[in-house]
Design a protein around this ligand. Structure first.
Ligand SMILES: Nc1nc2c(ncn2[C@@H]2O[C@H](COP(=O)(O)OP(=O)(O)OP(=O)(O)O)[C@@H](O)[C@H]2O)c(=O)[nH]1
Ligand SMILES: C[S@@+](CC[C@H](N)C(=O)[O-])C[C@H]1O[C@@H](n2cnc3c(N)ncnc32)[C@H](O)[C@@H]1O
Ligand code: SF4
Ligand code: SF4
Length: 342
């Protein structure tokens, strides 16, 4: 595509579009209960057939168009993105797009020993690895497939060895893994990796979310601060999802993603592209905009670009802020987390 003049695009609340989160598959080798509970996502679950997935060429073409609208940051997610065949090839293709500064991957880590080096060589900057417990029994139950803590730790080690940036994501659920908060903080402090605690969210329609299962971040901050004193740190970038702290007297950081108790919609700059090419403007969307059909029907870059601009300029999403006031704000069926990639 001929490089178009750079054009920033803003939504109804004057939020710029600057990040694109791309789901490359709806499949996963885990069955985390808060995301894809086994009883619903069983062996016969109708995941997307190959022909419905955007090809790497189609994804890269869209990334190029998004880049002309000010997107600088790409996150690859899923399902489990490392289940998508030849993923390093896609990273290499995105790396060549002018304007893309940061390419990151969110993963459950189990396949990193196999792919970390190839991903790094292809141009991936960093990985966010999900891990909810250091206890095998609890972790096995939470991931729904009996994966061991070691399987993920080996993935983290491989990412480290490959020279990728690393953050660890832990979803906290009261009565499920809240006893793991301090052991996780101690372990990753010592390891020197940034650990982020994520409030359990009411994403999708299947995870049985209840407000009383959420452990508010301020409670976790107090708990950690009592043993390992913390001090707040300024955000790294406009609209950063995590609130950052550091252990006093050190450079070691820790983060809190408080989508339920301290919503961050007012600075949300993220668009999401599902594996089959639907564009969503919120993690809690009930509808999206199909980009695959016009893409495959031969629309020009300019036409696709106009579609994206129209969607973003109409955007009014602020679900988490609305939910703060009323937990039943949505009437329709929400898109599922594994489908949109978190
Ligand atoms: N409610 C809400 N949650 C989000 C949003 N973006 C990310 N999250 C959640 O934050 C958690 C961590 O997300 P990651 O995929 O690691 O991405 P990130 O925190 O934006 O990544 P960094 O670029 O490393 O700051 C996941 O559970 C996401 O679902 C958002 O826009 N809204
Ligand atoms: C949907 S997953 C996709 C990427 C990859 N499979 C992984 O687990 O990292 C992205 C992120 O969403 C988080 N997540 C999934 N369901 C969640 C929920 N109900 N509340 C909060 N975070 C959730 C996961 O822990 C993970 O960090
Ligand atoms: S959170 Fe990630 S690893 Fe767990 S089931 Fe969802 S997509 Fe799979
Ligand atoms: S709830 Fe929607 S608008 Fe709010 S931060 Fe998350 S994705 Fe953005």
């Amino acid at each position: 595509m001929t490089a178009k003049a750079h054009q920033r695009v803003f939504d109804r609340f004057k939020r710029p579009l600057s990040d694109l989160r791309i789901s490359v598959t709806d499949k996963c080798n885990f069955r985390c209960r808060y995301c894809m509970p086994e009883e619903i996502f069983a062996a016969d679950y109708p995941f997307l057939p190959q022909e419905k997935l955007l090809t790497f060429e189609e994804i890269t073409r869209l990334v190029r168009i998004f880049a002309t609208l000010g997107v600088k940051k790409i996150r690859i997610t899923g399902g489990e993105p490392l289940l998508r065949k030849e993923l390093p090839t896609l990273i290499k293709m995105i790396r060549q797009v002018e304007g893309i500064e940061d390419i990151a991957l969110t993963t459950n880590g189990s396949l990193l020993p196999k792919y970390a080096q190839a991903l790094k060589s292809a141009g991936l900057n960093r990985v966010n690895v999900s891990l909810d417990s250091l206890d095998d029994e609890r972790f096995g139950k939470m991931n729904g497939r009996g994966f061991k803590v070691r399987d993920v730790l080996k993935g983290i080690e491989a990412a480290e060895k490959a020279g990728l940036g690393i953050k660890i994501n832990m979803v906290v659920q009261r009565g499920v893994n809240d006893q793991d908060i301090l052991p996780m903080a101690r372990y990753f402090r010592k390891k020197g990796h940034v650990l982020r605690f994520i409030e359990f969210m009411d994403v999708g329609n299947a995870n049985g979310w209840r407000l009383e299962h959420v452990v508010p971040s301020r409670e976790i901050v107090q708990m950690i601060n009592a043993e390992m004193p913390l001090e707040p740190v300024e955000p790294n970038y406009y609209g950063e999802v995590a609130s950052r702290y550091r252990y006093k007297g050190t450079k070691q950081e820790i983060g809190f993603i408080s989508s339920v108790t301290e919503a961050f919609c007012s600075t949300c700059t993220r668009a999401r592209l599902s594996a089959e090419g639907t564009l969503y403007t919120c993690l809690f969307a009930t509808a999206g905009t199909d980009l695959r059909t016009p893409l495959r029907q031969g629309e020009t870059d300019e036409q696709l670009r106009t579609r994206i601009v129209n969607v973003w300029e109409k955007r009014q999403d602020r679900y988490s802020e609305e939910r703060l006031k009323n937990t039943n704000v949505l009437k329709g069926k929400k898109v599922e987390m594994y489908h949109i990639g978190g």
